[in-house]
Design a protein around this ligand. Structure first.
Ligand code: ADP
Ligand code: MG
Length: 578
């Protein structure tokens, strides 16, 4: 029988009866599509044994059959939110089906597992559920049941002919969904877009709504601190702006203006928590997250020191010059960057990748990169110090390049001279300290001298060269695996993304890994890094399948800034500059 022919559930049942008890390989006969009338089940890839990664299946439903109202797919924002909502419903019901079938003890290896991509709190485009005007498609994995290495026909029948149809019908059809919740999902997403879109017009780079819950339940958690323990956000009057939204009327909150903004305050008073919320504000969040109405310019990049990282051909000369032995810093390369050189490189790379806002926290910065006070200037003459501290460049970045910076700082008042806005945190409550900070800066000159010329020099553009990065391994042309959110095994190399904080899901890491591979194909010694990022992002925007090596439900959308971060951390990258 042709694997493209549509088969009936009855035929699937007969097939399972026929291969019952045979060796696991006979499951390959299931490959193909089955017509369940209200949906199509497609068995796309059959696992090689019960212990391997479970089999990939997908489900297609004509859009008209889902019963979803047209509005749910009006505009990208609503589509993404609806897809996200359906995915969560699939995840929840898959767990129910698993426990109902009591899969423990039901077979060997991954027998009976139903694995659906688990989303975090961000609303992201993901390949697990996709809707357009024609159809809804869901992709996930099932562990085809076995006893030992023999096909367990009856459990397989229950899984494919009972559990799966129940799962699909309870998760993906409008009639079985909470319609109000679905609408709220899409409304929240559209409101967040409206807030973010209003930023440029208001001269802002971020907005934090009054009432937002910024702290998380723990240092590693993504869910909010319970309302009873969290101090809701409240804007100081002088920074308060109102923005109108399509579904929640006019929302008030704190606007963070373009330029240089300091977040100051005592230790443990909530500075990093505010900056973290801003860093996540490049994404929309689900209802209940607490940060649904915290939005940041979508190009914002969190920058941190990352000693030990690899740096390839980056022009860090605006920050670092005259290294011992006259090492070139206009095309700086190292396998083992220091805190300051890594932070300098990350800033230049972020701007190269289109960042118009930098987010920096003193907790994760190199002190000698951030500051050098008057006394130290006297002790070590400028000629003997390669580093031009950030305090001398942060204003220029804005005036010459239009790049704003939001900086958490509790320890150095030298920045008061260069700040446009100073936000103070007192027991998690925000005050506008700008006038006071300006007065103090005026009355207490630091005596330090700027260590560089007036202008921020244009960094040299990088041109990646062919051949340095390869995903090849053994007999595989491309062997790429996201080990977890922070690590990609790429051919025979590893890409360490542990300091790239704005990757929020492993599914993004997976997509980024495959996108790096796409990028390498474009490294021809002519295209600049920026042009390569443009080209790969244009493909990714058409759909995650365009860059994915495998057609699976395990990819999530990512930003060009994180793609750049991954390419930049590949130790094989080699570049020329122009
Ligand atoms: P800082 O950076 O100023 O030292 P953090 O942002 O790390 O402070 O916050 C210190 C602690 O206070 C964290 O455990 C954080 O979860 C908690 N926290 C921050 N903001 C709030 C808030 N609005 N309400 C309650 N707890 C908060
Ligand atoms: Mg902190």
């Amino acid at each position: 029988m042709s694997r493209h022919a549509l088969r009936s559930p009855r035929e699937l049942e007969r097939l399972l009866a026929r291969i019952d008890g045979r060796g696991y390989k006979a499951y390959r006969d299931l490959h193909g599509r089955y017509d369940f009338e209200d949906f199509l089940l497609s068995i796309d890839h059959v696992q090689s044994d019960p212990f391997a990664s479970p089999s990939r299946v997908s489900v297609q439903i004509p859009f008209s059959r889902t019963g979803l109202p047209r509005e749910t797919i009006e505009g990208t924002s609503r589509i993404v939110a609806t897809e996200d909502f359906l995915l969560r419903s699939l995840v929840r019901n898959a767990r129910k089906e698993e426990s109902r079938s009591g899969r423990a003890g039901s077979g060997s290896g991954k027998s009976g597992r139903i694995l659906v991509l688990e989303p975090g709190p961000a609303l992201l485009k993901r390949s697990a559920v996709r809707i357009d005007a024609a159809q809804l498609e869901a992709r996930f994995r099932v562990g085809l049941p076995a006893f030992g290495r023999r096909i367990a026909g009856e459990p397989a029948r229950r899984l494919l002919l009972e559990s799966l149809p129940r799962l699909i019908r309870s998760s993906l059809f409008y009639s079985s969904l909470d319609a109000d919740a679905l609408k709220r999902w899409a409304d929240v997403s559209e409101d967040a877009d409206a807030l973010r879109e209003a930023l440029p017009r208001l001269g802002l780079v971020a907005f934090v709504a009054d009432g937002a819950i910024l702290p998380r339940a723990s240092g590693i958690a993504t869910d909010p601190l319970p309302a009873s323990e969290a101090v809701p956000f409240a804007s100081p009057e002088s920074l308060r702006v109102s923005i109108s939204t399509p579904h929640s009327g006019i929302l008030s909150g704190m606007g963070v203006p373009r330029g240089v903004t300091l977040i100051v305050g005592g230790g443990y008073h909530g500075k990093s928590t505010l900056l973290n919320a801003l860093m996540h504000g490049v994404y929309n969040h689900i209802p209940g997250d607490g940060r649904e109405r915290v939005v940041t310019d979508s190009t914002a990049v969190k920058i941190r020191a990352e000693d030990g990282r690899s740096v390839r051909g980056v022009d860090i000369s605006p920050f670092i010059n005259n290294l011992p032995f006259r090492r070139d810093t206009t095309a700086f390369t190292t396998d083992d960057a220091s805190g300051s050189t890594s932070q300098a490189a990350s800033i230049i790379e972020a701007v190269e990748a289109g960042a118009e806002v930098l987010l920096i926290d003193e907790d994760t910065s190199a002190t000698n990169f951030m500051i050098r006070d008057h006394r130290m200037q006297k002790l070590i003459r400028t000629e003997d110090e390669p580093i031009t501290p950030f305090v001398d460049r942060v204003r220029q970045l804005f005036s010459a390049r239009g790049v704003s910076t939001i900086l958490v700082l509790g320890g150095s008042g030298d920045y008061l001279d260069v700040a446009d806005t100073v936000i103070g945190l007192f027991q998690y409550r925000v005050r506008d300290l700008t006038p006071e900070a300006k007065r103090i800066a005026g009355e207490n000159p630091t005596g330090r001298e700027r260590e560089c010329a007036e202008d921020f020099p244009e960094p040299r553009r990088r041109i990646p060269i062919r051949g340095g990065i390869s995903a090849r391994r053994g007999r595989h042309d491309a062997k790429i695996r996201a080990r977890n959110r922070k690590e990609i095994s790429f051919g025979r190399d590893e890409i360490d993304l542990s300091s790239v904080e704005q990757i929020v899901e492993t599914a993004q890491t997976r997509a980024i890994g495959d996108a790096v591979h796409r990028a390498t194909a474009l490294m021809d010694g002519r295209r600049t890094m920026t042009e390569i990022l443009d080209a790969v992002m244009a493909e990714a925007e058409k759909g995650l399948d365009y860059i994915a090596l495998v057609k699976s439900g395990e990819y999530a959308a990512f930003r060009r800034q994180e793609l750049a971060a991954a390419i930049n951390r590949h130790r094989g990258l080699s570049t020329a500059s122009r």
